[in-house]
Design a protein around this ligand. Structure first.
Ligand code: HEM
Length: 398
């Protein structure tokens, strides 16, 4: 956290890396002490395939070798890494496939949709979902106290890989990279489930004993996919049914690859909305860790010339999330910027979508803002390359 002044990039990882979950499970969790059927909800599911394996890999000291070996395992059709324990290799062989229900036509359309709608997706994932993640207390606490929390830029860059690979044309095809990225992420989450409970700092603030349940992953999905879906509809962006279905499908496959059992993955947007209303909406609340993370993330963005002031950025976050969230995070008000955002943004959308012939005077300012954000999300702000995902072997020290 100390070296933020040197940090130059904010990436889609900001949205995706701050993922985590607060307390979704509680909304529909079993009554206290209940056992049996109620105890099989997603809040009681972690990852039976990856968790014991990663506990073994960490305690056996195999992680550095795995990190080295899998650096060159990038494309979906790359051979599995060699030089790793046979058990790890066998696990990857088992999980590194698309589910039988994956629909290539929908995945292709989703990739095309991501490309066509990248402007709004960057804004919404980056400033909406990314900052929303800081008011999901479980997420904020686990991100803050895991090893990656100590260096947000690196974390953002690494996590960016997930969003970038998901949004790439051909992401799910043999030459794409998403299946590998998702599998690496699943392994990192399994490592975190082993490591974080050993952190006295995390234990002191957590309301759970093992982080990142299947319910937590679903909450994160809602803070990303379902949130974006809602906003595109709210903003009346042309968004035909086939795009909606394809976008949902890409997230269904992503969530599956992260280890969430099929029966808990929403099958329609209506089901996703119902689940989000139960799991995500009621649990949003500030935490010490979240406030600090939000400040860091917005600070990172503010260090880069986005052609707008920090006041504008604060107000944009308030606009896409709510004043309540803005107040929780202590985002200073800038009423002139607030008025601008609230009038210029809808006008910008109408003009951009060809729904109004009137070009708002602020068009270029907003366009520049979006382009700068997009560049950051695409990680061109730093090396131009995505940072490889590596398995942590410890937690944040303090
Ligand atoms: C790591 C994405 C759910 C907490 C990662 C990474 C990615 C990722 C790409 C690896 C990059 C890195 O090491 O920073 C996602 C996605 C999710 C999800 C797409 C769901 C849709 C969750 C949840 C939590 C969580 C529910 C916690 C409540 C973490 C933590 C790390 C991590 C603590 C490790 C960071 C470190 O290296 O210390 N996630 N994640 N994630 N994720 Fe997630």
């Amino acid at each position: 956290m100390e070296n933020l002044s040197r940090r130059k990039a904010l990436s889609l990882g900001v949205a995706l890396g701050l993922v985590g979950v607060a307390n979704p499970a509680r909304a529909w969790a079993a009554a206290p002490g209940a056992q049996g059927a109620a105890a099989t909800g997603p809040e009681w599911i972690w990852d039976t395939a990856a968790d014991p394996l990663m506990a073994k890999m960490i305690t056996g000291g195999h992680v550095p070798a795995i990190n080295t070996a899998w650096a060159s395992w990038v494309n979906n059709n790359d051979p599995l890494p060699t030089g790793v324990p046979a058990e790890f290799n066998a696990y990857l062989r088992q999980v590194n496939v698309l589910p039988s229900w994956a629909d290539p036509a929908k995945l292709k359309r989703a990739a095309d949709f991501n490309r066509r709608r990248d402007t709004y997706l960057f804004m919404l994932y980056g400033l909406g979902s990314g900052i929303m993640s800081t008011v999901i207390p479980r997420e904020a606490k686990s991100v803050y106290w895991s090893a990656g929390g100590a260096d947000m830029q690196d974390r953002a860059a690494k996590t960016f890989t997930f969003g970038y690979d998901l949004a790439e044309l051909g992401a799910f095809e043999p030459t794409g990279q998403f299946v590998v990225t998702a599998n690496k992420t699943r392994v990192v989450h399994a490592a975190v489930r082993h490591l974080l409970p050993q952190s006295p700092h995390w234990r002191a603030v957590a309301d759970e004993t093992i982080p990142i349940s299947a319910a937590d992953i679903l909450v994160t999905f809602h803070s990303l996919g379902t949130y974006v879906h809602r906003k595109l509809l709210d903003w009346r962006i042309p968004y035909p049914a086939a795009d909606q279905e394809a976008f949902l499908h890409s997230w269904q496959v992503a969530v599956h690859l992260l280890g969430v059992p099929y029966e808990h993955i929403p099958k329609t947007w209506a089901a996703a909305e119902r689940q989000a209303a139960q799991m995500l909406d009621p649990i949003l609340t500030p935490s010490t860790e979240g406030i600090e993370l939000a400040e860091e993330l917005l600070g990172l963005t503010a260090q880069i010339d986005l052609g707008v002031t920090r006041g504008f950025l604060n107000e944009f976050v308030r606009y896409v999330l709510s004043d309540e969230v803005g107040d929780w995070l202590g985002l200073k008000r800038d009423y002139a910027a607030a008025a601008l955002v609230r009038t210029a943004w809808p006008a910008f959308i109408l003009f951009r979508e060809g729904l109004s012939p009137v070009m708002p005077g602020t068009f270029y300012m907003l366009d520049q803002f979006i382009r700068a954000l997009a560049m950051l999300f695409l990680n061109k702000g730093s090396s131009g390359k995505t940072t490889p995902i590596t398995i942590p072997i410890g937690n944040r020290a303090a």
